[in-house]
Design a protein around this ligand. Structure first.
Ligand SMILES: Nc1ncnc2c1ncn2[C@@H]1O[C@H](COP(=O)(O)OP(=O)(O)OP(=O)(O)O)[C@@H](O)[C@H]1O
Length: 590
C-alpha cells in the first residue's frame, strides 16, 4: 500500500520544477526501491514501508495529498514552503494516525484548523504557520500532551489561545493573526465576554474529558474502590490542570476544587506511603536535606526518606518544569498500575502547589549504573552468576511488560541507570516517564485504537526496548560503556550505532579478565551473541524480548535460576485469539 500511497501523492501534487518526480521511478521494482525516492525515508528498506515524507521547498502546487493515508506507518510529513492550497482535511487524524511531526507551514492552506487534529495524539511537532487559516484554534489541540513545537503564526485566526496541557508556548507561536487573545498574548477583552464565558464552560468540559481519558489508564492502579479512585484522581488531575491555567480563578468560581483526598482504598503497603502528607515527606527527608540526596536525574532529585517507624523510601522530587508533568502522569499511569517482582514499586505520589513527588520503595543496592560505571570511585566487579541473575531479571520484567494481557507497555528508556537493585540484587525496572501503553494486537478490534491493525508499527517500538536491552547487556558483561568502546565509529552519539563489523570477538576483548577462565567463557560468549542480536541496526531482525528471555533462561538454569513458567503460559494466552481467557490478576500479584 505504501507504493500506491506514493503513486497517489505523485498524482495529486504538481511539481513544476521536477523537484521530486524525476527520482520517483515506479518501474524499478528492486527491493526497497521506493526508499531511494527523493524525500522518502523508510522504516526498513526491505519492507518498502514509509516512515517520513519530506517534500519541503519544492514549489509544489495542488491540494493536500489525501492518498497519503495509504502510507499506513507514516510518522513524519513535511510539505512546508510550497504553494499548496485548499483546506487541511477534516479527517486528518484518520489520514495520519501515527504522525509525530507535521509541517504544513508556509503554504496557502485555507479554511479552519480541523478539530480532529487533536486526535493525532502522537504529535510532538505541529507547524501550521504562514498560511491563510481562519476561525478559532480548536481548544482540543491542548489535549496534545506530547507537543513540544507548535506554531500557527501568520494566519487569519481569532478567538482564545487554547490551554496546552503539556507545555506553554511563547507568543511567537501565535503572532500576526486576525484576533487571537489570551495567554501568552493580550487577555481577551470584555467585549468578548459572552465568548469568554462560553470558553470557560468549554474549558471545564475539555478539562473533565481530558481527565477522563487519563482515568481510563489510571484505574488499574486501584483495583478496589474503583469508583472512588476515579473521583479522587479526577480531582487531583483537575487540580493540576486548573492550577496551570491562567483562568484558574474563573474556573474555581464555577467548581470549587477540593483538596487532594486521602486514598484509603489503596493496598496496605501503598496506603502507608500515599497517606504521607507533604510535611511528613519533608520531615522524613530532613527537609530535603542534601545529605539525603541519593541521585540526580534528568527530571528531578531523589532523596532517601526514613519514616518514624524506620522504613526506608526513595522520594523523587521533580524539578519545577511544566514539561515534566507529562512524565509524572505517565509514571503514574504505567508504573503506578503495575506490580511485578522486576519493577520498582511506586508506592504513592504527592502534589502540593508546584511540588511533584513520587514515592518508591527504597532499593538498598542503588542503580546498576552506579555499580558498573560509577562517577566516583572504582567500578565493582559483578561475579558472572550475579550478572546472569540480573540480566534474566531485567529480561523477565520486559517480557512481562511487552506481553501483558490488557495493556502492553513499551518502556523506551531502558539503561543501566533505570535498573535498581534490591538487597538481594534482584533487578527492578524504574523510570517509566517515557513509557507508552499499547493495546494488545487485536487486529479485529472494533475500538478505534490508533494502534489497531498496526502490529508492525507496535513491533518497532518493542524492538527499541530490545535494542536498549542489548546495550545494557553489553555494559553488564564488559563493565564498559558501549558508547566509549565504539566512539570512533559513532563520534560520541547518545545512542551508540554499532556497526556490523562490531562482532562478538570485538566485545570479548572488553570482557573483564577476572570473569574469563572461570568455566563460564561459553556462557559469556552466548550472552554476547544475544546482545549483538539485540543491537542490530534495523528493528525487524532483532529478537523479541520473549526469545531473549528464553535464550538467557537456558543459561540461567545452569545457575539454579528458574525460568518463569507463568510468563510463558501468560504469553501463550495473549497470543490466542481475542476473547480467550486472559486473567491478569494471576500475574499482577507480587
Ligand atoms: N527507589 C530507589 N531506591 C534507591 N535509589 C534510587 C531509587 N530511585 C532512584 N534511586 C537513585 O537515584 C538516582 C537518580 O534516579 P533518577 O531516576 O532520578 O535518575 P536516573 O536514573 O539517572 O534517570 P533519569 O535521568 O532518566 O531520570 C538513581 O541512579 C539511583 O541511584
Amino acid at each position: 500500500s505504501d507504493i500506491d500511497c506514493l503513486k497517489s501523492v505523485e498524482d495529486s501534487l504538481h511539481d513544476p520544477h521536477n523537484s521530486f518526480k524525476s527520482s520517483w521511478n515506479f518501474n524499478n521494482k528492486t527491493e526497497g526501491f521506493i526508499c531511494g525516492f527523493r524525500g522518502v525515508e523508510c522504516w526498513n528498506v526491505s519492507t518498502n514501508q514509509v516512515l517520513n515524507i519530506r517534500l519541503a521547498h519544492m514549489g509544489l502546487e495542488g491540494q493536500f495529498p489525501q492518498g497519503i493515508r495509504k502510507c499506513s506507518s507514516l510518522t513524519g510529513l513535511d510539505l512546508s514552503g510550497n504553494k499548496l492550497s485548499g483546506p487541511i482535511p477534516s479527517d486528518i487524524s484518520n489520514i495520519l494516525p501515527y504522525v509525530t511531526s507535521l509541517d504544513l507551514s508556509s503554504n496557502r492552506f485555507s479554511g479552519e484548523i480541523p478539530k480532529s487534529i487533536a486526535n493525532c495524539s502522537f504529535l510532538n511537532t505541529l507547524l501550521l504557520d504562514n498560511n491563510q487559516l481562519t476561525g478559532h484554534i480548536p481548544p482540543q489541540i491542548g489535549l496534545l500532551i506530547r507537543i513540544t513545537t507548535f506554531s500557527v503564526a501568520n494566519n487569519l485566526l481569532y478567538g482564545p489561545v487554547p490551554s496546552f496541557a503539556g507545555t506553554n508556548f511563547s507568543s511567537d507561536s501565535f503572532a500576526n493573526n486576525s484576533g487571537l487573545c489570551g495567554s501568552p498574548l493580550e487577555p481577551c477583552n470584555s467585549s468578548s465576554d459572552s465568548f469568554k464565558s462560553g470558553f470557560v464552560v468549554g474549558y471545564a468540559v475539555f478539562s473533565v474529558s481530558f481527565v477522563t481519558i487519563f482515568i481510563s489508564y489510571c484505574v488499574p492502579w486501584w483495583t478496589q474502590g474503583k469508583k472512588r479512585s476515579e473521583a479522587s484522581l479526577m480531582q487531583i488531575l483537575l487540580n493540576q490542570l486548573l492550577q496551570r491555567d491562567s483562568k484558574r480563578k474563573e474556573a474555581q468560581q464555577m467548581k470549587k476544587v477540593p483538596e487532594i483526598p486521602h486514598m484509603d482504598f489503596l493496598s496496605e503497603e501503598t496506603k502507608k506511603a500515599s497517606l504521607l502528607s507533604y510535611s511528613e515527606i519533608k520531615e522524613a527527608t530532613d527537609n530535603f536535606n542534601k545529605e539525603n540526596v541519593i541521585g540526580f536525574g534528568r527530571m528531578g532529585t531523589t532523596y532517601k526518606a526514613v519514616l518514624p517507624n524506620g522504613s526506608l523510601l526513595a522520594v523523587k522530587r521533580l524539578y519545577d518544569t511544566p514539561a515534566f508533568d507529562e512524565h509524572f502522569i505517565t509514571e503514574l499511569k504505567t508504573l503506578g498500575s503495575l506490580r511485578h517482582d522486576n519493577l520498582v514499586p511506586l508506592l504513592g505520589f504527592c502534589i502540593q502547589s508546584k511540588e511533584r513527588l513520587l514515592v518508591y520503595k527504597y532499593m538498598t543496592k542503588g542503580s546498576l549504573y552506579d555499580w558498573l560505571l560509577p562517577e566516583e570511585g572504582e567500578a565493582r566487579i559483578m561475579e558472572w552468576p550475579l550478572s546472569v541473575k540480573i540480566a534474566i531479571g531485567v529480561a523477565r520484567g520486559l517480557v512481562w511488560l511487552h506481553d501483558r494481557c490488557n495493556s502492553r507497555i513499551v518502556h523506551l528508556d531502558i539503561s543501566s541507570k533505570c535498573i535498581l537493585l534490591n538487597e538481594n540484587f534482584e533487578p527492578k525496572l524504574s523510570n517509566f516517564g517515557e513509557a507508552i501503553l499499547l493495546k494488545p494486537n487485536d487486529t479485529d478490534s472494533t475500538e478505534s485504537s490508533p494502534f489497531a491493525n498496526c502490529e508492525y508499527w507496535q513491533s518497532n517500538f518493542f524492538k527499541e526496548d530490545v535494542y536498549c536491552f542489548g546495550i545494557f547487556l553489553l555494559e553488564l558483561i564488559t563493565g564498559e560503556d558501549p558508547k566509549r568502546m565504539t566512539t570512533s565509529s559513532n563520534s560520541g552519539n547518545e545512542t551508540p550505532v554499532l556497526n556490523e563489523w562490531v562482532t562478538v570477538d570485538f566485545f570479548c576483548s572488553f570482557v573483564n579478565k577476572s570473569m574469563m577462565g572461570q568455566g563460564f567463557d561459553q556462557e559469556i560468549f552466548q550472552f554476547l551473541t544475544v546482545a549483538l542480536d539485540c543491537v542490530q541496526p534495523y528493528p525487524d531482525p532483532r529478537p523479541t524480548m520473549l526469545q531473549v528471555y528464553k535464550t538467557l533462561g537456558a543459561v540461567g538454569k545452569k545457575h539454579g535460576l528458574t525460568i518463569d513458567s507463568e510468563i510463558l503460559e501468560h504469553t501463550r494466552k495473549t497470543s490466542a485469539p481475542r476473547g480467550d481467557e486472559c486473567n491478569e490478576d494471576e500475574i499482577t500479584e507480587v
